[in-house]
Write a protein that binds this ligand. Structure first.
Ligand SMILES: Cc1cc2nc3c(=O)[nH]c(=O)nc-3n(C[C@H](O)[C@H](O)[C@H](O)COP(=O)(O)OP(=O)(O)OC[C@H]3O[C@@H](n4cnc5c(N)ncnc54)[C@H](O)[C@@H]3O)c2cc1C
Length: 479
């Protein structure tokens, strides 16, 4: 009996994996494959933190497959060449995969589909990673939505009930397995050696950990989500983002379990619906990337092509990346990112606004740093969010709304818990100055053991001047 190759990229899970399930249902031998093809991904090959995650996740996936009598075949190189070889090596005449929505993923799947069909190989694509497919939701005039609220109003009606299928208990194996490359062939561990330890303390990649985290979130956190989601000093959000990037958890599973939890516990319903709305932003961003594939490179609002971004003062970018700007909430966020590979959403907005508005650095430079350092680096969410903050994206925050890092800190990190955790040199400052050490009287700084300029930097910019400069720069987009 001929085998079926199942491409696991984008759905590194057994639970609710439509391509895998369809292959198993045929009763034919199934060969799960992961191809690491940096060449096709080009600039969007996984960054350092994401590569660390992927290595752990693939090891877990291989283990899960083995528990069901199967294996993960890993290959490194050009996808078309590898598929050509694997079809012969595993006597397969069919390829199943879940749909990709990124420009490079789509191009790759399109080419595969054409070459396979021409060669008489069955090639099937399934919908496994979104709540709604991009073709399922358009405006009354047949155009893609570019504003979130009406998108979400319609999406909620279309999504309706979501059903998630359980993992197959057994996966039919071929009589002989094609060779697999060792996991290490995907490349060395991420470059900064100091990175792996704190990241591995903070995270457990893989499907089992994702499902556990979902359960923990729904049991312990979701009820308070609507209020706590904006407070970076508490564990108030799902932290499912890194598991969603390559589909270690199914978004339909999240939806179905969340709705069940809301029904079982009406007191948690408000929080759970606020959480589901954020999953709506994920679908929205992916749809934007699908309809506007240039989004990672170019502003969606074309008048921003004229925006006079600064790129001369490299030391400002470096201070931002290292968390040494002299603005505590910005520095705490950038250090959380470096140490754990993740940053709280509220703080992502603050640090992004600081880079693009106070420092006038191009949003692409920020997006590219995030791409390398986030364990949840996701092309759609990252590009859409950076453009949203920069004011040049779909349904973006107006450019003139410039986050004040001091007021944001005082509002969302009132007692400074978050700053104290990630900027420990400021820990002894009283609450009144934790977000503005530069305004603290000398005796207060001395009492807290801080010499500004030595233990912690002076602010790298004068915010009043930088705000005026940003608003003047905005005028260029209006010519
Ligand atoms: C400048 C900037 C860059 C960002 N880059 C990324 C990125 O590369 N990858 C990424 O997944 N998210 C990104 N986000 C969105 C958001 O910050 C993260 O999804 C969220 O912080 C992840 O934490 P969580 O899983 O606890 O989120 P929760 O609050 O629990 O939300 C649940 C899920 O909804 C989705 N989600 C939440 N907020 C957003 C949003 N604003 N846009 C799209 N989807 C959202 C995520 O998949 C998230 O896991 C970015 C936001 C900003 C402001």
């Amino acid at each position: 009996m001929s085998s079926i190759l199942v491409l696991m990229a984008g759905a590194l899970r057994l639970d609710d994996n439509p391509a895998l399930l369809a292959a198993c249902k045929t009763g034919r031998p199934v060969v799960p494959v992961f191809i690491h093809d940096n060449e096709s991904a080009g600039a969007w090959a996984p960054g350092g933190a994401r590569r660390w995650w992927l290595l752990q996740s693939l090891a877990k996936l291989g283990w899960e497959l083995e528990q069901r009598g199967s294996r993960l075949v890993i290959r490194h190189g050009n996808t078309s060449d590898i598929i050509g070889a694997l079809l012969g090596e595993s006597a397969a005449d069919a390829i199943y995969m879940n749909r990709s929505y990124s420009p490079h993923g789509r191009a790759l799947q399109e080419t595969l589909h054409e070459t396979c069909t021409a060669a008489g190989v069955e090639c099937r694509r399934f919908s496994g990673n979104l709540l709604l497919e991009p073709e399922q939701i358009v405006t009354k005039t047949g155009k893609p939505y570019e504003v979130f609220s009406p998108f979400w109003r319609q999406a909620k009606e279309l999504i309706g009930e979501q059903y998630a299928y359980d993992a197959p208990s057994q996966i039919p194996a071929p009589s002989a397995w094609p060779a697999t490359d060792p996991l290490e062939s995907l490349g060395p561990e991420p470059k900064p050696s100091c990175w792996a330890d704190p990241i591995s303390e903070a995270w457990q990649p893989g499907e089992a950990a994702a499902l556990e985290r979902l359960e923990h979130f729904l049991d312990e956190i979701a009820a308070g989500y609507a209020g706590a989601r904006d407070v970076p000093g508490v564990d108030g959000t799902s932290r499912l983002s890194p598991y969603l990037v390559d589909g270690e958890i199914s978004v339909r599973r999240i939806w179905a379990q969340s709705m069940a939890a809301a029904e079982a516990n009406p007191a948690a319903s408000n929080g759970i619906h606020a959480f589901l709305r954020e999953l709506g932003w994920r679908d929205f961003s992916t749809h934007l990337l699908f309809h506007f594939p240039e989004m990672p490179k170019r502003p969606l609002k074309v008048n921003f092509n004229r925006f006079p971004w600064q790129d001369g003062q490299g030391e400002h970018l470096a201070a931002w990346q290292k968390g040494q700007t002299g603005f505590p909430i910005v520095d705490a966020g950038m250090r959380q990112l470096w140490q754990t590979g993740w940053m709280h959403n509220r703080v992502r907005m603050i640090v992004a606004s600081f880079l693009v508005k106070d420092l006038l650095w191009h949003w692409r430079d920020g997006a590219s740093w995030f791409w390398d350092t986030l364990v949840d680096a996701d092309l759609a969410n990252n590009s859409a969010s950076w453009q949203w903050v920069a004011g040049c994206g779909a349904d973006a925050a107006p450019y003139f709304r410039i986050f004040n890092p001091i007021l944001q800190g005082e509002k969302f990190d009132k007692r400074g818990e978050y700053v104290r955790e990630f900027v420990p040199e400021l820990a002894a400052l009283p609450d009144a100055y934790i977000h503005k050490p530069f305004e603290a009287p000398r005796e207060v700084l001395e009492g807290a053991g801080i010499a500004l300029g030595q233990d912690y930097p002076h602010p790298i910019i004068d915010r009043k001047a930088s705000r005026e400069r940003a608003l003047a720069a905005l005028a260029h987009t209006k010519v």
